[in-house]
Design a protein around this ligand. Sequence first.
Ligand SMILES: Nc1ncnc2c1ncn2[C@@H]1O[C@H](COP(=O)(O)OP(=O)(O)O)[C@@H](O)[C@H]1O
Ligand SMILES: [Mg+2]
Length: 281
Amino acid sequence: MRAVPHLMLEPAFDPSASNRDAIGIGNKASAALDVRHGTLLTLEDINVSFDGFKALRDLTLYIGVGELRCIIGPNGAGKTTLMDVITGKTRPDTGRAWFGETLDLTQMSEVEIAQAGIGRKFQKPTVFEALSVFENLELAQKADKSVWASLRAKLSGEQKERIEAVLATIRLRESRHRPAGLLSHGQKQFLEIGMLLVQEPQLLLLDEPVAGMTDAETEFTAELFKSLAGTHSLMVVEHDMGFVGSIADRVSVLHQGHVLAEGSLEEVQANEQVIEVYLGR
Ligand SMILES: Nc1ncnc2c1ncn2[C@@H]1O[C@H](COP(=O)(O)OP(=O)(O)O)[C@@H](O)[C@H]1O
Ligand SMILES: [Mg+2]
């Protein structure tokens, strides 16, 4: 995966205070969301079964405001199912799922959950290849409109500013007019993260974001996530332990649908049960 030259990444951008505000603080979702106890996401005793198979069992997890949480665990541990529950794609059989203090995720549709400020990035990038980088961001910002209605509708100054800020954040300012199909794999991933950011989410869910990326792209992703934390909460599922080690405050280890251990990466890596699960000892 070294074929993509380092030059594909634009130089680091030092966001001004005003840009930073445009990316995070003061967004629509946070204005409406009640997070008075500092917990953005509450999952308690979540159970999900598929034809009698328990994908999640009594899963309890809390994500704080501004926290960057990594979720690790072997294949089949339930990581993707966990994200499906948060985004309303899968309904838990039992358990509580709250966004802030007042939004019951188990009672909301997928669209309502997205509009409340939860953005999800899937493993495979899903950008519109024939449209430019800028147009992709424009479309994402007006996700409620059809493609053509959306491209015809004029952007407000504020919307344009936000797209500009996001272009800088994802280092694609100079590629704004390129068709998204011509971007590298990593750049498509960054564009898709940008497509989430223009929607001003408060919680970002990212499933294996650095899979298939070059070392330089992986490093930039780590920087990007760390810069988004604080003004956003992030839940990152990732197998790349080097990457996890470079970004994580706190790590949750999932095993057979349950949180096996939680703590710093060093702490969970020293946990006997975790070692057993990973090494089969
Ligand atoms: N829609 C589904 N129907 C049946 N089984 C499923 C479904 N989704 C997930 N599973 C099963 O649930 C378990 C957890 O899957 P998943 O959440 O994808 O794990 P992970 O993302 O940690 O690899 C796996 O055993 C998987 O086969
Ligand atoms: Mg998965």
